[in-house]
Design a protein around this ligand. Structure first.
Ligand code: SF4
Length: 371
């Protein structure tokens, strides 16, 4: 964060207070449902994060440990950072009951609801830039940098400190009026803005997310072992999925929402007003066999502009092979034709050049034998 271009005058406490109020209003006008401000002290979060890393619960996500204390000390990531504006943008595209019912439809693929529409990185980042420009227009140039899940930033603890919501036992941020279906973003600034009160935790004695997790990845309250988490296995990991976890994945082919779907606070969530986050094509309720037969270029065109595209066709096929194997293993509702279609599709993919795909396809075909 360059200090050289600072032209804003030194602001009094009263002016900073008024400015913070304006920032929150501008943020809401730009489509953020909440805006909070915090300082850079993440001492408690740093201890938890380092403990999590030391237990290797980040799996293969080397980028989590690569940046040393820059992730937990914002002023080391961006020199001169004094306060952080944290924002929330809601994304849930439909009724949560529809998402829950999809988990029971074994021939359909379940895709995490955040990724059905336009890639949130682009949407949130653009709005944050606009917010920062408004601020610049008001006070003159100042030091800032915007983030949305794009750099080593501990965005959840920052959001909690800024009063956006508390970190639940599932490790997502949630809020008592609207639940947890939202994206976060931040503007690091070199302005000494007044900070907000942290959010208060309302999880109480509830453990619904812990028991709902298909792979028991929430190993204790507030601690998720990524190596067991379906979101990690289907999106972040590029290796073979451990066989003992495959039957537990059901039809979840890109991410997993169970810990959020069954959280009582999400009863109050509203459908997003952002049409960008509405499902593209038939991604909300897609047929597994059809997805599995997409060529690489069809995969790229159907997922263009979404976050799904990032995993690539090979991981996409790996994930769907697991879901099809689970379909064969629990096929009580399948007709003979449906059963045949799945087997034909799997056999077709036995010719795929990727060893990873072939191994998962072989596993899936073996599930049929277990009938
Ligand atoms: S399901 Fe219960 S424990 Fe988990 S985040 Fe929601 S309120 Fe907290």
């Amino acid at each position: 964060m360059s200090q050289e271009n600072n032209t804003h005058k030194t602001l009094s406490q009263a002016e900073l207070y008024d400015l913070a109020k304006e920032i929150k209003q501008w943020g809401k006008d730009l489509g953020f449902q909440a805006v909070g401000i915090t300082d850079t002290d993440l001492t408690i979060a740093e201890q938890r994060f380092n403990d999590w890393i030391s237990k290797k619960m980040h799996g293969d996500m080397d980028y989590m440990s690569r940046h040393g204390s820059k992730r937990t000390r914002p002023a080391e990531l961006e020199t001169g950072t004094m306060s952080i504006i944290s924002v929330r943008m809601d994304y849930f595209p439909e009724d949560p009951e529809l998402a829950i019912s999809l988990l029971e439809q074994q021939q359909k693929g379940y895709i995490a609801r955040y990724s059905l529409g336009r890639d949130y990185h682009k949407v949130v980042r653009k709005r944050l830039q606009t917010l920062a420009k408004k601020l610049e227009h008001k006070i003159g140039s100042f030091g800032y940098r915007v983030f949305t899940d794009s750099a080593p930033v501990l965005e959840k603890p920052l959001a909690e400190k800024a009063g956006i919501g508390w970190i639940g036992k599932h490790s997502n941020v949630l809020q008592e009026k609207t639940g947890s279906w939202f994206f976060l973003g931040e503007i690091f600034t070199n302005l000494p803005l007044p900070i907000d009160s942290p959010a208060i935790n309302h999880c109480g004695s509830c453990t619904k997310c812990i028991s709902a997790c298909p792979t028991q990845a929430i190993v204790k309250p507030y601690v998720v072992d990524s190596r067991l988490c379906i979101s990690y296995l289907t999106i972040e990991a590029h290796h073979s999925i451990p066989e003992e976890l495959r039957p537990l994945m059901g039809n979840r082919i890109y991410g997993c929402d169970d810990c959020q779907l069954f959280c009582p606070w999400n009863r109050f969530s509203q459908q997003t007003v952002e049409t960008d986050y509405f499902a593209r094509g038939d991604l909300a309720s897609p047929d597994l066999v059809a997805l599995f037969l997409w060529t690489e270029s069809e995969f790229l065109s159907h997922t263009e502009g979404t976050a799904i595209r990032r995993i690539g066709h090979e991981s996409w096929l790996r994930n769907i092979a697991v879901a099809l194997g689970n379909c064969l293993a629990n096929n009580s509702g399948l007709s003979i034709k449906e059963d045949d279609d799945i087997i034909k599709a799997l056999k077709f993919r036995q010719q795929h050049p990727s060893e990873l795909v072939i191994e998962h396809v072989s596993w899936a075909l073996k599930q049929q034998v277990k009938k």
